[in-house]
Design a protein around this ligand. Structure first.
Ligand SMILES: Cc1ncc(COP(=O)(O)O)c(C=O)c1O
Length: 392
């Protein structure tokens, strides 16, 4: 049996809820589990309005950009270090990602660098819109990514958004259960988007959610617009549709799994923290090998734990991979930077030195919430054994 990096932890509760869906016949996009899931996730993020559950995190991001008004030809800021879905969603909205570097202490947007670059690169055009000086393209939004469940300096991002009239759509795909300086996350963005893919802390199989935030109380609530447009923009009771819509809804079956998972969120968060602490302790004794970063104690949901192998040669990387492979233990490379991906090589980017230096050195380690202590010890022994060969 392989010890996997991140497996779903599903069991009897999920089974019982699924049986309820089948027995009742509520298997499609309406149903009590969808309503319950939307309410509970939004509450956990600190949003006053219920969320809108979608069929994936990617569709949540795309729909959110659309609903905050991002248009074809706009630029949207995001980190160069993320899963491809971040940039894909921006492209789906007809916009172009503008890549910025990350901070090595949390692997999220480096807000200091961002602030300096915006000061330098932006100017107001004659109609009062902030545009890039060199190409005249408007900048309409910023998409911070809460990498691993960590957050960047969100107050500074709010300040920048106010200064440059930017909407904030947060890619909170990995951040269910995270907080920022003890505060729930929703209020730091116009809309925040979660993923409930199978490798996430809470899963619905495939799925996502948009939750409202700082503009919840404005007249035109983007979360309500997202619900409308994401459900084909239908005006009931007939088949009237008042704009081009999307069919991005989550099914009751998926939400049934999600509700059962939420019952166990505290248990999952506790286990993730134990795993993080375990690897931290193991890696403390190994030269040139560091744990994935986390932010202020108890803020991160610690979605993934892993190892950063400093100054690693290609040969060393091959050695550790084959060591783990031989022991049937998964070791996963992490995200390849977005500006190096063929669809986005032409996208504008600022200095990405931290991103470029980091990405080849990082590997996710087995950290499923269902991992046993014995399995963790097997992984720790492999790390020690690799470190031993390195120091020779
Ligand atoms: C940072 C980030 N953004 C977006 C997504 C997209 O989510 P999904 O796979 O549910 O479409 C993911 C998930 O895999 C992710 O890790």
């Amino acid at each position: 049996m392989v010890i996997a990096v991140s497996e779903p932890n599903v069991g009897q509760r999920e089974y019982k809820n699924l049986a309820h869906c089948i027995d009742s016949g509520w298997v499609s996009a309406k149903g009590s589990f969808v309503t319950e899931f939307e309410k509970r996730v939004a509450e956990s993020m600190g949003s006053t309005a219920a969320g809108f559950a979608t069929c994936s995190g990617t569709t949540a991001l795309h729909l959110s950009l659309h609903c905050v008004g991002v248009k074809s030809g706009d630029l949207v800021i995001c980190p160069g270090f993320s899963f491809i879905a971040t940039a894909n969603a921006i492209a789906h909205a007809g916009a172009t990602p503008w890549f910025f570097d990350i901070d090595s202490s949390n692997w999220c947007l480096d807000v200091e660098k961002l602030e300096a670059a915006l000061e330098q690169e932006l100017v107001k055009d004659t109609s009062g819109v902030w545009v890039r000086k060199d190409c005249g393209r408007p900048l309409s939004a910023i998409m911070p990514v809460y990498t691993l469940g960590n957050t960047p300096d969100l107050q500074k991002i709010l300040n920048l958004a106010r200064k440059y009239d930017l909407k904030i759509v947060a890619d909170a795909a990995c951040a269910v259960g995270s907080t920022h300086l003890g505060e729930k996350l929703a209020r730091y963005a116009d809309l925040s988007c979660l993923s409930f893919n199978g490798n996430k802390l809470v899963t619905t199989g495939c799925g996502g959610m948009i939750v409202g935030g700082r503009s919840d109380n404005e007249e035109k609530q983007p979360i309500e617009l997202a619900r409308h447009v994401g459900e084909t923009a239908r005006v009931l009771p007939g088949y009237d549709h008042d704009r081009v819509g999307y069919n991005y809804r989550m099914s009751n079956i998926e939400a049934a799994v999600g509700c059962a998972q939420l019952d166990r969120l505290d248990e999952f968060l506790e286990r993730k923290q134990q795993i993080r602490d375990f690897y931290k302790k193991v890696l403390e004794d190994l030269d040139g090998m560091n744990p994935f970063p986390d932010i202020n104690e108890n803020d991160s949901c610690n979605w993934l734990s892993g190892v950063v192998i400093e100054n690693s040669s290609e040969m060393e990387i091959e050695d550790i991979k084959s060591l783990f492979r031989g022991a049937s233990v998964q070791l996963m490379p992490f995200w390849k930077p977005l500006h190096l991906q063929p669809p986005f090589v032409e996208a504008p980017c600022q200095d990405l030195s931290v991103t470029e230096q980091l990405w080849t050195q990082i590997f996710a380690l087995p950290c499923s919430t269902g991992i046993t202590d014995e399995q963790l010890k097997i992984v720790a022994d492999l790390l020690r054994s690799f470190s031993g060969t390195r120091s020779k």
